[in-house]
Design a protein around this ligand. Sequence first.
Ligand code: FMN
Length: 246
Amino acid sequence: MIERPAQPPSQPPSRSSAQPSEPSSQPSEFVEALRGLRVWDPRVSALPLFDPAAAPAEPVALFATWFGEVVAAGEVEPHTMSLATADAEGRPDVRTVMLHDVDARGWHFASHSGSRKGRQLAALPYASLGFYWPLLGRQVRVRGRVTVEPAEVAHADLHTRSTGALAAALVGHQSEVLSSYEELERASEAAWARAEREPDVAVPSWTAYVVEPDEVEFFQGDARRRHVRLDYRREDGRWATELLWP
Ligand SMILES: Cc1cc2nc3c(=O)[nH]c(=O)nc-3n(C[C@H](O)[C@H](O)[C@H](O)COP(=O)(O)O)c2cc1C
């Protein structure tokens, strides 16, 4: 059962009415606007019951079930995820990437090996992934070692995608400093033409990665804040689970 709020949910702040301001003792308009926003607005979100005792013995099966359910609920871009890596000093970094597959090995994504994340992963091959699906109040967190797939896998994966995806990959230079937007336009123009002319062209820097999980946590939001957190940990090759306080 989902509780209805006593007050109707407020509207999100407009651009003009909510701007970050200088520190002061009064909450700024921006802070007021933030406080007026809701998480899991019952008009748009439904919070299913999640019984961790009935969860499967391993996390990929549960991820597949949850993913199917959020897709069915109409979640926007449920296949995008935050990918956190760390630099050589151990400082965290994060960005959004697309999920390409999930299987017994783990969570698959692709990017350029020379990008910031690619360089970070080459030096420290560990990552964390975060999915957030507000329509069902769900979050999934994955941590593990990152392995690089053979080049043929990245090539095949890229060439099942759109011409636009191939053109974007052909542009390359990801995370390098761009001198002007016009330079990108010129490179993109040439990349689109090449992608259309040579649909099988190789993009050597395009790399397929797999996050092989040793921990996967499922969070199911609850209207009374009794959120369920089920944590799977790989121990001696088997998955053990425990509940976590929310
Ligand atoms: C919705 C969305 C999906 C994205 N998917 C990818 C992706 O699959 N691979 C990728 O390299 N970058 C993707 N990006 C761009 C990354 O967020 C990031 O800007 C880029 O990879 C450079 O990151 P880095 O400098 O940390 O290496 C995506 C961005 C958004 C907003």
